[in-house]
Ligand binder design. Structure first.
Ligand code: CU
Length: 306
């Protein structure tokens, strides 16, 4: 049993016991506690401007890629549609509860049955709602998964392994680097993913073992990393900064430690970082072994094996 549950279970008897303070707390006391909690929550979340702005994005961080607005608009639209429908349904529920409340013990209102227009309405309206959401979902998905073909792209081959990430920068064609360099992460050392700002990057995702999911929240995008099924997507980071990338698929004991640092930097800084990696001997491509092995193999020798 998780510690949190144990705590709740431990506290439980005092709620049941007739002499407990909790049981005897008066109603105004409880209301005050609730009100205080709500005020505290407001104070904690509402005092900083950036937190308020994040509420404006329905909890999303500030976007950092050219493709992010497709997902951002879908996210905002889905929330607005849900809120409109929610308020309408709550309104109907409260209206019906108040308008048709029982006033007289012997009175039973007229029961409605086989009302065809009403049944058609509540069958068709949900289909309509789902249809609209489906249309915008497919539209966003097509744009997010579209490959960038009109500009040269940097290619980064990513390997997800229990429980970290390895990045291969396929920069043979880049005159500033001229080779493939890699950065292998471990559970103890988070790997660093460097990306050039305003330049398209193609990610090829491979898993060395189980299903992972490659997620950079600021790009508003995640994609499954599947054993035996390479996935790929293009993204153009458009805001410099340091972000935290994550694995978004529960993949075992240290899933929560499967993080990586994302540095969106200028092209010059990007090239300089890759040259640093090359100078440290991190050249060549790390390959995902045939599933279901667990550790990517080193490019030429076994020197990098864990
Ligand atoms: Cu994972």
């Amino acid at each position: 049993m998780p510690a949190g549950d144990a705590h709740v279970a431990g506290a439980h008897p005092s709620w049941e016991g007739g002499t407990s303070v909790v049981k005897n707390r008066t109603r105004p006391g409880r209301v005050l506690t609730l009100g205080g909690g709500a005020l505290l929550a407001l104070a904690l979340t509402g005092c900083s401007q950036s937190a308020m702005e994040q509420w404006g994005r329905w909890g999303m961080p500030v976007a950092a890629s050219e493709q992010a607005p497709w997902m951002g608009n879908l996210w905002n639209g889905a929330w607005i549609a849900s809120m409109v429908i929610g308020v309408f349904v709550w309104g109907l529920m409260f209206w019906a509860a108040i308008r048709y409340r029982r006033r007289d013990d012997n009175y039973v209102p007229k029961q409605t049955r086989y009302n065809l227009p009403l049944e058609l309405l509540y069958t068709l309206v949900p289909f309509l709602i789902i249809g609209v959401l489906f249309f915008f979902t497919v539209q966003s998905q097509d744009h997010l998964l579209a490959k960038i073909n009109d500009r040269p792209v940097h290619t980064i081959n990513v390997i997800g392994q229990k429980w970290s990430w390895s990045f291969n920068y396929m920069e043979q064609q880049n005159p500033a680097v001229n080779t493939v360099v890699h950065d292998r992460g471990t559970v103890e050392r988070l790997p660093d993913l460097y990306l050039p700002v305003d330049e398209p990057v193609r990610f090829n995702l491979q898993s060395a073992d189980v299903i992972h999911s490659f997620w950079v929240p600021e790009f508003y995008f995640k994609l499954d990393v599947l054993p035996g099924h390479p996935n790929s997507f293009d993204v153009t980071p458009n805001r410099t900064g340091t972000f935290l990338g994550k694995c978004a698929e529960l993949c075992g004991t240290y899933h929560s430690a499967m993080l990586f640092n994302v540095h969106v930097v200028t092209v010059a800084e990007y090239n300089a970082h890759l040259k640093d990696l090359a100078a440290q001997g991190q050249t060549g491509e790390l390959k995902a072994p045939a599933w279901p092995n667990t550790v990517p193999s080193a490019p030429a020798d076994e020197e990098h094996q864990r």
